[in-house]
Design a protein around this ligand. Sequence first.
Ligand code: ZN
Length: 352
Amino acid sequence: MNQFTRFDLPLCMVVEEDVFSHVDETIAGYLPEIRGKKTIIATDNFLRTNYADTLNEISSDFGDAEIYEVADATYDIAAALAKYICMNGIKVIIGFGGGKVLDTAKYAAYVSKAVYISLPTTLSNDSLASPFAVLEMENGGRMTLSCKIPTGILVDTKVIAAAPKSQMLSGIGDTIGKYTAVYDWKLAAKDAGTPIDDFAYSIAWMCYDSVAHCDETDLDSPELVRILSRALVMGGLAMEIAGSSKPSSGSEHLFAHAIEEYHPELRISHGLAVALGCVGAAMFQGRDERKIIDVCKKFGLNLDPAAYGIDKDLFAELWMRAPETRPDRVTILSKSSIDRAWLDQVYERMQG
Ligand SMILES: [Zn+2]
C-alpha cells in the first residue's frame, strides 16, 4: 500500500484447471518470500477426507504444514486458530474449503498477521476474496467483521466443477444481488451527502453484467466456472476498494440475513437467499425485476419461495424484519412502507 491508495489487492490470482496440484510453484512465482516460512492449512473434516491426496501434497510442498480442521465458522474457532498461529510462529495460512473455512481462516490470518492464501473448493459466495468474514458469535447471531483480502487466490476449475451444482447457483445468486446492492449504495450515499467510489461501483456492475449477460449456462462448463470465479473475486475487490460491503450488499442481503438469522432451519444457502431477496428488492426500488427473473431462469435457479419452504406469511415476516438485521444500513427499505398486500404481490410474481 502506498500513500495514494487506501486498499490492498491480491498479489496472485490464478483460475486454472489442476492448479491445486502445483500450489507451491504457482505461489512461489508471485510470493517467493514465503518459501520456507512455517505454514498451516485450514480445512474441514469432509474435505480432509475427500481431498486427502491434494491436501497431503500441499502440506509436503509447504514443509510438512500442519492440516488444521475447523468445525464451524465461529468467532471462538477463528480466535483459537489465530492464537495457535501466533503461539507457534506460523507465518502463512492456506484456507482450503468453502465459505465457512475461508471466513474462519481469513479472520485468523487478519488477527495473527499471517499471510493468507485462499483456495476455494466451491463458488457459493464471495467470501473467497472479500475483505470481510461472517462469523457466528456466542449468542448464536452472526457478525460481519472487517479483515484483509487474501494475498493469493487460486481457483481450480476442476475442483469447482466437482462441487454440487447448488453451490454454483448460490454463487450466481450472490453475484446478481449486485443489481440491487449498487442501487441501494447510491441511495445511501445520496442520503449521507457523500460521493461513492466510482471505480468500485463500475467493478460491481461489471460483476453483475458478466453473469447476467453470459451465454454459457451449463453449470459444468469450465468457461462458466472461470466467469463466475472472476466475478466473485472482483466483487470482493469492489468491497476492498470502497472500504465497505455496500457494493455487494443492499436490501436483498438484508432479506437474506433475515432468513439466515431468524430462520436458519430453512437451510437456504447464502447466495440463493440473496437471489430470492433480489426480486423483491428490485420491485421495492421500482426497477425491472424481470431482468433478475430471466437471469435466474437461464441458469435454472428456482425463485419460487414455496420451493424453499417459505409461505406467504413467512415471506412477509422476513421482509418486515429485514431492516432490523442491519439497523445502520440505509437501503430502499428505509424509504418504503413495507405493506402486506404488496409483499403478497411480490411473492406471486416470484412464483412465475
Ligand atoms: Zn453475499
